[in-house]
Design a protein around this ligand. Structure first.
Ligand code: MF3
Ligand code: CO
Ligand code: CO
Length: 254
């Protein structure tokens, strides 16, 4: 199948995605109490890997195109794909996105949240709250017969109305037995544009929202993307299925 062919999943396959997705959400729930000043991002990675294996799953990021760790930890100005590191110690006032993708019985559950380390600044708190709202507005725009552009339009409108910007260089993606596949889901765009949404499509929505410029740049490690102006960036992600009459979040925490 060509890489722009969108796979429609059967209800049996969606049940597999639901199980992987619920494990991914439970992993974030498990890591959350560890997020405190003084902890290193490597300690979070080690615990994520241990917990994932203990639940009969594997970590999709580990070795993915050479990515060296099991989760992504993106602190403050890091937009996405931050690499856990024993020398990176969290401090009071940081914000950190943790992005996890366990593979359970062949299927991927991909979700991320931005957490506060200790007490956030008012500005950081607003950015993180608006970013989570952006994800929920993008999800609310999903229904069979709608268009992919409806999602980005809803996200961009809310982010920009709040004085923030939407990262262009990274997009949501189709996901199933394959980690990243068609369709691409931009987090900006125009309502009514793009491919039609159909029941059985499964993809992520994962807006990265910046305090300042939307522009990102890559560090020399080839993975870590940071904001060009060094200001904060936040992200939330869910894996979703388009249903007969709307949308189901597959990575909801119970
Ligand atoms: N989980 C990320 C996403 O949402 C991808 C991480 S790929 C890695 O698509 F190699 F950086 F881990
Ligand atoms: Co993703
Ligand atoms: Co992810």
């Amino acid at each position: 199948m060509g890489s722009d062919t969108i796979t429609l999943l059967s209800s049996r396959e969606i049940e597999k995605m639901r199980q992987a997705g619920s494990l991914a959400a439970a992993l974030l729930d498990h890591l959350e109490p560890m997020i405190k000043p003084g902890v290193s991002t490597l300690e979070l990675d080690n615990e994520a890997e241990r917990w994932t294996q203990a639940h009969g799953a594997t970590s999709a990021p580990l070795g993915y195109h050479g990515f060296p760790k099991s989760i992504c930890t993106s602190v403050n100005e890091v937009v996405c794909h931050g690499i856990p590191n024993g020398k990176q110690i969290l401090k009071d006032g940081d914000i950190m996105n943790i992005d996890v993708t366990p593979i359970l019985d062949g299927y991927h559950g991909d979700t991320s949240r931005t957490f506060f380390v200790g007490t956030p600044s008012a500005r950081a708190k607003k950015l993180v709250e608006v970013t989570e709202e952006c994800l929920m507005k993008g999800i609310a725009a999903v229904k069979p017969g709608g268009r992919i552009g409806d999602i980005g339009a809803a996200i961009q409108e809310y982010a920009e109305a709040n004085g923030f910007s939407v990262v262009r260089d990274f997009v949501g993606h189709g996901i199933n037995r394959v980690f990243h596949t068609a369709p691409q889901i931009p987090h900006y765009g125009k309502q009514g544009k793009g491919k039609r949404l159909r029941s059985g499509m499964v993809f992520t929505i994962e807006p990265m929202i910046n305090e300042g410029t939307w522009e990102a740049q890559m560090l020399d490690d080839g993975w870590t993307a940071i904001t060009k102006d060094g200001k904060l960036s936040a992200q939330f992600e869910h894996t979703l299925a388009v249903t007969g009459d709307g949308v189901e979040i597959l990575t909801r925490s119970d």
